[in-house]
Ligand binder design. Structure first.
Ligand SMILES: CC(C)(COP(=O)(O)OP(=O)(O)OC[C@H]1O[C@@H](n2cnc3c(N)ncnc32)[C@H](O)[C@@H]1OP(=O)(O)O)[C@@H](O)C(=O)NCCC(=O)NCCS
Length: 178
């Protein structure tokens, strides 16, 4: 592994803001934008952040959460802001916020939020690769990092619970998140 690639990085080094105007192909016949179209933009923006942090290829491993707060309509411009919340050994949690702007009225509203986990991978083998340490500067960054670590803990606990539950239905009662 190239040592330079593992130089610690700050959140601001890799954050991105992308924008796109919603087209008829993004929407249903009623003119409301499909959740899937927004999800693609979220995945795309988060992927850019993950690749910039890793300095390597990174793939979407899972989406821990996605919330749609408001509808989006054809002709509106969505702005997708993505930044890294947590860097593990090879995985990274990226937080994304989407706002939609009515270009004629000049009004904007928060339409979606998401947390995605990406894993850095070697292009030829597909095996996970170590990522740089994340430097946390602000209290906001530290809070987001704590929340991301807790989400990772919960995800692992839920996976264990589901696996145990599959083999023994008596284990399907308590989820150990201590
Ligand atoms: C994601 C992937 C690289 C993980 O590979 P793996 O060999 O199972 O990885 P490991 O078990 O060694 O875990 C590596 C890291 O990934 C994380 N990870 C693995 N599966 C995960 C999941 N489903 N969700 C979140 N994180 C996950 C682990 O927690 C670990 O993180 P850490 O190193 O920071 O502690 C592999 O499953 C993969 O290639 N999946 C397909 C990804 C893809 O194609 N995405 C696009 C969809 S079209």
């Amino acid at each position: 592994m190239d040592k330079d690639k593992l130089q610690p990085k700050r959140v601001k080094d890799t954050m991105v803001t992308l924008a796109r105007v919603m087209q008829p192909s993004d929407a249903n016949p009623g003119g409301i934008v499909h959740g899937g179209s927004v999800m693609k933009e979220i995945d795309n923006a988060a992927g850019v952040v993950a690749i910039k942090h890793a300095g390597n290829l990174a793939v979407t491993a899972s989406i821990d959460r996605i919330d749609f707060h408001n509808m989006i309509f054809i002709g509106e411009m969505i702005t997708i802001k993505a930044s890294i919340n947590m860097a593990g050994r090879t995985s990274m949690e990226i937080g994304v916020r989407v706002d939609a702007e009515d270009l004629l009225k000049g009004t904007s509203r928060h339409v979606a939020s998401a947390y995605l986990t990406f894993v850095a991978v070697d292009k030829s083998t597909g095996k996970p690769l170590q990522v740089p340490e994340l430097i946390l500067d602000s209290d906001e960054e530290k809070r987001r990092n704590k929340q991301a670590l807790k989400r990772k803990e919960l995800r692992v606990a839920i996976k264990k619970f589901e696996a145990a539950c599959k083999t023994d239905t008596n284990s399907c009662i308590n989820l150990d998140i201590s």
